[in-house]
Design a protein around this ligand. Structure first.
Ligand SMILES: [Ca+2]
Ligand SMILES: [Ca+2]
Length: 281
């Protein structure tokens, strides 16, 4: 039923002026109607052409990464979405929206800047490949040990994630011997950033009775590092997400640091770390 209902969208003619705009979105699949998406505008009044209407409000909007066309009980709405969250697929067609992503053909790991009208790097660390050109973080040598790139459940019971949040691989600190209380591992940025607004989004998992601390810092030049976010102790088995405003310039380094707690139940994992060249929601 869900599929058929939406087929009729093509019957709504795009407005004359928006024909080209509609071409810049492509159908990406179904997503749940209710979710923790960052919807920054929802339009419930159904205009003569929902698709064209929504598209017009999305194109030339730096924040708009997708338009969702939703339909429940014959009532249509659309929502403009930024910060696309992952793992949204659902099999319940009564609770889905059709997602149209903005298609600027910048290629993987790049983002179209609607203001500058150019493709810019979208910094992504997904850890799916050992060499990851889009990743802006690397292992620090200025700490006690390195993060592990890993897939599946970590070696110790009752600590660590059961698998990656996105894809197959993630990075984590292995808290077992020889690690001791206070041992730290840092991921540090290896790029020069522009003096612009950035938002860092990240999934993290801090499962374990004796979990230590995970923090996100920036350091400008030789200044003391500034802590922007910090979490300590066990946070349950689930992956959590954060979005964090980071003030960056061409002299700023990003530091993601995990610190081992009092016992080996202290695996800390991260996945799908993205640095967005736009403001946080
Ligand atoms: Ca991953
Ligand atoms: Ca290290």
């Amino acid at each position: 039923m869900g599929e058929d209902r939406y087929e009729s969208e093509t019957a709504y003619p795009a407005a004359e002026s928006s024909g080209d705009n509609c071409q810049s979105l492509y159908y990406d699949g179904e997503v749940p109607k209710s979710s923790d998406l960052y919807v920054f505008e929802t339009i419930t009044t159904f205009p003569y052409s929902m698709m064209a209407f929504c598209t017009n409000r999305c194109v030339d909007n730096l924040e708009c990464l997708a338009v969702d066309i939703c339909d429940s009980n014959g009532e249509k709405s659309c929502r403009l979405v930024r910060f696309l969250k992952l793992n949204l697929t659902t099999t319940d067609s009564s609770k889905t929206c059709r997602r149209y992503k903005v298609d600027k053909r910048c290629g993987y790991g790049r983002h179209y800047d609607e203001i500058l009208k150019e493709c810019k790097p979208l910094y992504v660390c997904d850890f799916e490949t050992i060499t990851e050109p889009s990743c802006f973080l690397e292992e620090s040598q200025n700490d006690r040990f390195n993060w592990n790139r890993y897939s599946g459940r970590t070696g110790s019971t009752s600590t660590g994630p059961s698998g990656a949040k996105v894809g197959k691989y993630y990075k984590y600190i292995e808290a077992s011997s020889p690690r001791v209380l206070g041992d730290n591992a840092k991921l540090v940025s290896n790029r020069v950033f522009k003096d612009e607004t950035y938002c860092l989004s990240m999934y993290y998992n801090m499962y374990g009775q004796t979990t230590g601390t995970l923090k996100i810092q920036t350091r400008t030049g030789n200044d003391t590092a500034v802590t922007h976010w910090k979490k300590s102790d066990g946070q349950g088995t689930k992956w959590h997400s954060i979005e964090l405003y980071l003030p960056l310039n061409d002299n700023t380094e990003i530091i993601i640091e995990a610190i081992r707690g009092s016992n080996f139940y202290s695996d800390i994992a991260v996945d799908y770390i993205v640095l967005w060249p736009i403001a946080c929601p």
